[in-house]
Design a protein around this ligand. Structure first.
Ligand code: ADP
Length: 400
């Protein structure tokens, strides 16, 4: 069975075609600058063929037409007919309280995704555009599945998701912690439990998804009970360009001092903060780590801040769960930054966390146990794979 996984942005389309027999990636790539000058599509097959085409894509529909063309015709085709694709799984950022698991998309589901769009104005409309375009290009009978970033965190208790503001704003506007990266946290926690050979229902796991966007989750007996991102993906720890959680009064103070509009402040908090804001140098953690190792003060400070924040979340979530059995690092930074893992795990023996520094270096970028042999808590590097989980959900739903 072959499943196509789609992650649609407002002007982009990331895709992966996965053969579920053996879970092998047949083709993957990205179409960028849809509706803009400089449109292009990159297509890579599992056996190493690469095609890059530059052309104007008027809409997501045209992008899908080109993708189907690449998948089914020419030297690099991986299927002979579009009908070989059994289902399409779509990543949807915000499912709010309407979706606690993945679903097959029908008109009611599509309407519900549109209804919660005000909660994710940049993301959900793009996903809807992707779904609709895909429906136009694929045969009517190809099932479409929606997999939500927020769904895994719907198990959080009220005390974790209600903010300390008048309750009526939750009732009127659905303002609450939703949490994001849920598909990744679900994948990481299941994978690490599988790797250590214990049922997830027995474990207290802290999952750290650290990339351009970063979030941490407390996964207690397989269920997310708290996570660092909040109403939007701006909350939690400092990220590449996002501030993470700050004292909300800063917004009002900045508005007064600098005469900034809320739109401008929103832009600063989402695009000009985090690594780039503190270091004044780069939003990419590789650059920041390099500069910090060269002794550049503000880059070192940016590294120190984010590692300190991750450490605090690990401690907080261990407290929330009444213990911790497993700590997992994933995402571009979690998997590739040995300094991050080393600093977060320093002086954490009191919690049972202790890594083997040599293993941390040796297994950098590899899915592996990096715990010290005598550590009570197992610390792992996990290669997250949201696309695979989306494909698995689609497969499970259409096989029911
Ligand atoms: P996204 O959230 O966009 O999916 P990724 O998970 O790909 O992001 O993570 C991107 C981040 O991972 C960037 O900050 C990048 O610098 C970082 N990263 C990738 N490789 C390394 C490395 N070798 N050392 C430190 N950071 C790295």
């Amino acid at each position: 069975m072959k499943i196509l996984v789609i992650n649609a942005g407002s002007s982009s389309l990331k895709y992966q075609l996965i053969d579920m027999d053996g879970e092998v990636v047949l083709a993957k790539g990205i179409c960028e600058r849809i509706g803009e000058d400089g449109g292009n599509i990159v297509y890579k097959t599992g056996n190493g063929k690469v095609i890059k085409k530059e052309r104007f894509f008027f809409s997501h529909t045209e992008a899908f037409e080109e993708l189907v063309n690449l998948l089914t015709t020419g030297d690099a085709a991986v299927v002979s007919d579009i009908k070989e694709i059994s289902a399409v799984g779509h990543r949807v950022v915000q499912g709010a309280e309407k979706f606690s698991q993945s679903v097959i998309i029908d008109q009611k589901v599509l309407d519900a995704i549109i209804e919660v769009s005000p909660l994710a104005p940049l993301h959900n409309p793009a996903a809807v555009a992707g779904i609709k375009a895909c429906m136009e290009v694929f045969p009517k009978e190809t099932p479409m599945v929606a997999v939500f970033d927020t769904a895994f965190h719907q198990t959080m208790p009220e005390k974790a998701y209600i903010f300390g503001i008048p309750y009526e704003y939750y009732e009127k506007y659905h303002i609450r912690r939703y949490g994001f990266h849920g598909t990744s946290h679900r994948y990481i926690s299941a994978k690490v439990a599988e790797n250590i050979g214990r049922p997830i229902e027995e474990l207290k796991i802290v999952t750290c998804h650290l990339g351009n966007g970063s979030s941490i989750a407390a996964v207690d007996h397989g269920k997310s009970i708290d996570t660092s991102m909040g109403f939007t993906p701006l909350d939690g720890i400092m990220m590449g360009t996002r501030s993470g959680g700050i004292d909300p009064s800063i917004i009002i103070y900045l508005e007064e001092k600098e005469g900034l509009s809320y739109k401008e402040i929103n832009n600063i908090l989402n695009k000009k903060s985090g690594f780039i804001g503190v270091s004044g140098y780069s939003s990419d953690s590789r650059d920041i780590v390099d500069a910090s190792l060269r002794g550049e003060y503000r880059s070192k400070l940016a590294c120190d801040i984010v590692r300190y924040q991750v450490k605090k979340y690990v401690g907080a979530y261990a407290a929330a769960m009444g213990g911790i059995d497993v700590l997992a690092f994933a995402g571009g930074i979690g998997e590739n930054s040995l300094h991050m893992r080393s600093d977060v795990c320093k002086n954490m023996e009191f919690l049972g966390i202790k890594i083997d520094e040599e293993a941390n270096i040796k297994y950098d970028r590899t899915e592996h146990d990096i715990s010290a042999p005598d550590a009570r808590v197992r610390t792992w590097i996990i290669a997250t794979n949201e696309e695979l989980l989306i494909a698995r959900d689609a497969k499970d739903l259409i096989s029911k």
